[in-house]
Ligand binder design. Structure first.
Ligand code: MF3
Ligand code: CO
Ligand code: CO
Length: 261
């Protein structure tokens, strides 16, 4: 069953998503040469607390593995679920994927973006652009009455037309009281396939796109997903509300809501 959110639940989702987006918007302004991913995660931790929310990632469990950071920070060949580390200092040209997921009032907001440290190289610039555009192509297809496969195909088409590869093992998802609800939203698939989208569904759409081949593997830390060929990857994500018309992006920041010294 795919949850349909009530008016009240949608209001709660809006608030959680505003916080997730405001934290992401603030953290990304701190991405610069020399800062460590741990320092970025600490900034996020403070901002999330300031907003009265809680990280949905910190202490997130899968089996007996426990996620140790407040955000996922995935650099270059890291695709998703990167763990913040004081030893990982950002260098000029790095591609840094920031994924901020918070709980507020029992509901979850989930969003991500990828930014370059300074200037990306030419492939990096094209990869970031293609991945962000693919997210918006997916969102445009996420209308009530359409199917999940319409979103999947729109994303896949945009990415593959530009010569990049879609990650298969990780997908978008329904989001609400749980970080991962039905339905799964693959970033590849056939138009007209899969469950029908209905007003009141809240979905995290999140293309993960590799510059080289699509295959990924998980590092020995049990979390960090990397490309098998170690070429770079990018990730963009929004939480959206399905309506009878245009989808509504819920993860929109409130300007200047949050800042740290
Ligand atoms: N925010 C991620 C997603 O987009 C999931 C984070 S998993 C965690 O689905 F382990 F980092 F918490
Ligand atoms: Co996310
Ligand atoms: Co997500």
């Amino acid at each position: 069953m795919i949850p349909i959110k009530s008016k009240d639940e949608i209001e709660n989702m809006r608030e959680a998503c505003k916080v997730a987006a405001s934290v992401l918007a603030a953290v990304r302004t701190h991405v610069r040469e020399g800062i460590s991913t741990f320092e970025l995660d600490e900034i996020a931790r403070e901002l999330i607390a300031q907003a009265g929310a809680v990280s949905a990632c910190y202490n997130y469990r899968v089996g007996k593995r426990v996620f140790p950071s407040h955000t996922c920070i995935s650099v270059n060949e890291e695709v998703v679920h990167g763990i913040a580390s004081p030893k990982r200092r950002l260098q000029w040209g790095d591609l840094v994927a920031l994924d901020v997921t918070v709980v507020l009032g029992g509901f979850i907001g989930d969003n991500a973006c990828t930014v370059a440290v300074g200037e990306p190289d030419e492939v990096g610039a094209r990869l970031l652009k293609a991945t962000e555009e693919a997210l918006y192509a997916g969102i445009r297809a996420a209308r009530g009455g359409n199917r999940v496969g319409d979103v999947s195909q729109a994303i896949q088409r945009h990415v593959e037309d530009r010569g990049f590869a879609i990650v298969r093992e990780f997908v978008g998802h329904g989001v609400g009281r749980q970080m991962h609800e039905e339905p799964q939203i693959p970033n590849f698939g056939r138009k007209g396939s899969g469950p029908k989208l209905r007003a009141g569904m809240t979905l995290a759409i999140e293309p993960m796109v590799n510059a080289g081949r699509h295959e990924v593997e998980v590092l020995s830390d049990g979390w960090t997903v990397v490309t098998r060929d170690r070429r770079p990857s990018a990730h963009f994500e929004h939480t959206v509300l399905i309506t009878d018309g245009e989808p509504e992006i819920l993860t929109v920041p409130v300007p200047h809501q949050l800042s740290v010294a």
